[in-house]
Design a binder for this molecule. Structure first.
Ligand code: DUC
Ligand code: ZN
Length: 468
């Protein structure tokens, strides 16, 4: 007899490896058994009927910026509101980018991020560490963070004012991380190109948001990806490109992967759904869509969808970095922006990713297994969380989404829980939405609404990263 607290019966279990009709038994915080439908008729725990529903692992979002200072403003979701919204959309784990700013030790950066999250998160969370300089040997930094359960690092190839590091730093962190089972995430935009084009635009008074996109062209991204790949090859280390946005950069990734290098890339729903046309309207509306890399022309999205289906892009994450319209209008200075360089960059998305990617399953262009893989399993594997997260298996955390494929939901700001007053997808009605979401056995969302108090989420100390 199976003892346990809850069983999800009669659902269609979708894993990255296949689909089966099965009942999922949960005992406390873990999955205790997965059995053929109708097993264990004398089970005494709570029963959830998932007839007609998909049962998938809780989704894992490995790219969020919660409660992050950006100029005079900060990202609009903190760990309470952001993770609550994530849960409503079927995400049960987030990895947020802790940052050690210049003049600060990595230990200080980590303490700051723990303080933001501690006791506030609705779902489980971990951190990458963004490095903005090296004040100690890279080996020591990587060892220190690994011991603290942070086994991935982020480096920026742009944003010279606060975040960018030199190629020397990138090379040494790649080597130290690779040697120690850690993964380096790179923001790939070639800053020399961006800086030159920015100067050119501003010197001729081209200040509107559309020039933001013009100054960060696909080639700048592709060149940086190629440079990153060369450095990773020299270090003999894996490397992960964050928020890949263009067909040009994807072509570089594909070449490197086909040459046998362990080189991974994520894209985000904004690059799959939205295009640079959003920069054409009223400047204050266009500012909502300012992000880096910027939105591209529509043919790039088509290539990215293809890359996702074929597995050249391993992960869909969100780069959730929301700002209200007021914050966008106030700009980085807090007193209004005079040109596109003064607009805080980022879009909301922590709640809408799983359903947005599912639309390609509805259209028959992505298999259900690939959907689960890119949103749940591959990110857990790459970032040292598997099989605890991203899998429906005995012993895994009971992070489970009962996904109703028949539900229709307009992605309007008032139906969502992110702390923003607009939705980038307000013209989209998705088919399919999470009906029930469990994180470590506890219901954290039902019918798209939060359940329970924030604080259930725990810090995830992660194992080796960098392998699929
Ligand atoms: N780009 C954004 O648009 N926002 C957050 C960080 C980043 O790199
Ligand atoms: Zn980001």
């Amino acid at each position: 007899m199976i003892s346990g607290s809850l069983v999800i019966r009669n659902g269609t279990v979708v894993r990255s490896t296949g689909i089966e009709a099965a009942d999922v038994f949960i005992d406390g915080e873990r999955i205790s058994s997965v059995e053929p439908p109708g097993s264990e008729t004398d089970f005494r725990g709570e029963v959830v009927d998932a007839s007609g529903k998909l049962v998938i692992p809780g989704a894992v979002d490995v790219h969020t910026h919660l409660d992050m200072e950006v100029g005079a403003t900060r990202s609009a979701d903190d760990f309470a509101s952001g993770t609550r919204a994530a849960a409503c959309g079927g995400t049960t784990t987030v990895l947020d980018f802790a940052t050690a700013y210049r003049g600060e030790s990595v230990a200080q950066g980590l303490v700051t991020w723990h303080a933001k999250a501690e006791g506030r998160a609705a779902i489980d969370y971990g951190f990458h560490m963004s490095l903005t300089e090296l004040t100690a040997p890279a080996e020591d930094v990587v060892d220190e963070m690994s011991e603290a359960g942070v086994t991935s690092f982020k480096l920026y190839m742009t944003y010279p004012e606060r975040l960018m590091v030199s190629d020397d730093v990138i090379a040494s962190v790649l080597k130290a991380a690779g040697d120690r089972g850690c993964l380096v995430c790179l923001h790939c935009e070639d800053d020399a190109t961006v800086a030159r084009l920015r100067r050119e635009a501003l010197s001729s008074d081209r200040t509107e948001p559309r020039w933001h996109a013009w100054s960060r062209p696909p080639r700048a991204e592709a060149d940086a990806v190629a440079r990153a790949a060369r450095m990773a090859a020299e270090a003999q280390s894996a490397c992960y490109v964050v928020h890949l946005s263009s067909a040009d950069a994807l072509a570089e990734v594909r070449n490197v992967q086909e040459a046998g290098q362990p080189f991974f890339a994520e894209t985000c729903p904004q690059y799959l759904y939205l295009s640079a046309e959003r920069y054409e309207g009223l400047a204050s509306e266009a500012a909502r869509f300012v992000c880096a890399p910027p939105l591209r022309d529509p043919q790039h999205s088509e290539e990215l969808w293809e890359g996702l289906a074929r597995g050249h892009l391993q992960v869909v994450a969100t780069d959730h970095c929301p700002f209200t319209q007021t914050d966008k209008d106030r700009g980085l200075s807090g007193e209004g922006w005079a040109d596109f360089t003064g607009i805080p960059g980022g879009l909301p998305g922590i709640e809408t990713r799983l359903a947005l990617i599912y639309q390609q399953v509805v259209e028959g262009r992505l298999s259900p297994e690939a959907w689960v893989d890119r949103c749940c399993t591959a990110p857990a594997k790459l970032f040292g969380l598997y099989p605890r997260k991203g899998e429906l298996a005995v012993g895994s955390d009971a992070d489970v989404v009962v996904f109703d494929p028949a539900q229709e939901r307009p992605l309007l700001a008032e139906r969502l829980h992110m702390n923003v007053d607009y939705s980038p997808y307000e013209d989209v009605v998705v088919r399919g939405w999470p009906e029930l979401v469990l994180c470590r056995g506890r219901i954290v969302a039902r019918a798209g609404e939060p359940v329970g108090e924030p604080g259930w989420g725990r810090f995830l100390s992660r194992g080796p990263s960098g392998n699929l």
